[in-house]
Ligand binder design. Structure first.
Ligand SMILES: Nc1ncnc2c1ncn2[C@@H]1O[C@H](COP(=O)(O)OP(=O)(O)O)[C@@H](O)[C@H]1O
Ligand SMILES: [Mg+2]
Length: 263
């Protein structure tokens, strides 16, 4: 029977989860603070498919940063498991987890976290320098990434000579330096005005839809989250709902639904 027979698909291997970049299973996190237990996450399950853009929304204290840190292997869950591309971060020791993170995961923070004495180019190339890669190749790649984030004209600028929006673009380029399977961003536009914020969300969206990245970004702004494919809403350490996002024109209805979910 020819390959194009209607039943040919039945012979394909079942979906074995190979396209699943993030698989968090019933993840809990309890912090101990001055003799008290703080239940930051109470059993969160989340999968993210390759090439998707997921936003995590929730009020301050709802557990967004905690969840992002667990997805990025910056911390260990108290219960449950976190798989990234099938590798169980929760079973790795600190050293292996750190190496895994450095090679496979890119992270962007609200405060950019650039080194002030280094130029944009040097900041972006830094992750490769840590892995003692070929210097000329790393510099070329860093230059190409700065071009990708529209900063070809700022390669020799130091952070203090750049706007907040430009600094965050440098941080995004740096996060992409080791070609991560997963890019995580924690309130990436928290320090930016509306127009710079919009350009960062557009950039993240274009990285997903034009360059095939997989992105998970935390925000409490509906305008930013509306650029994602899916919005996951956290409240008091639990996922209380999900919203499909279909672009900026639906920001008002997303805002209404979000208020309903967190109220
Ligand atoms: N290192 C920590 N020690 C103790 N409590 C923490 C720690 N980090 C976060 N928390 C608490 O966990 C909860 C969730 O925090 P977080 O994940 O930072 O929320 P969000 O990012 O949504 O604002 C909050 O109640 C916070 O105070
Ligand atoms: Mg936070």
């Amino acid at each position: 029977m020819a390959d194009d027979h209607p039943n040919a698909r039945a012979n394909e291997a079942p979906d074995d989860g190979a396209n699943c970049v993030v698989d968090a299973r019933n993840v809990g996190k309890v912090y101990q603070a001055s003799g008290e237990s703080v239940h930051a996450l109470r059993g969160v399950s989340l999968t993210v498919q390759r090439g998707k853009f997921v936003a995590i929304m929730g009020a301050s204290g709802s557990g967004k940063t905690t969840l992002l840190h667990l997805l990025g292997g910056l911390d260990q869950p108290s219960s449950g498991q976190v798989f990234v591309e099938g590798d169980d971060l929760s079973s790795m020791g600190d050293r292996r987890r750190t190496l895994f993170r450095r090679r496979r995961i890119g992270i962007v923070f609200q405060g950019y976290n650039l080194l002030p004495t280094l130029t944009a180019l040097e900041n972006v190339a830094l992750p490769a320098t840590l892995d003692s890669s070929n210097r000329a190749e790393s510099t070329e790649r860093a230059r190409a990434l700065l071009d990708r984030v529209d900063l070809a004209h700022r390669v020799n600028h130091r952070p203090q000579a750049m706007s907040g929006g430009e600094q965050q673009r440098v941080a995004i380029a740096r996060a992409l330096m080791n070609d991560p399977v997963l890019l995580l961003a924690d309130e990436p536009t928290g320090n930016l005005d509306t127009s710079h914020a919009k350009s960062i969300w557009e950039l993240l969206s274009s990285l997903v839809h034009e360059s095939g990245c997989t992105v998970v970004a935390v925000t409490h702004e509906v305008d930013g989250a509306s650029f994602a494919d899916r919005i996951v809403v956290l409240k008091d350490g639990l996922i209380v709902g999900e919203m499909e996002s279909s672009g900026e024109e639906h920001v008002q209805s997303l805002a209404t639904r979000y208020r309903e979910l967190v109220s």
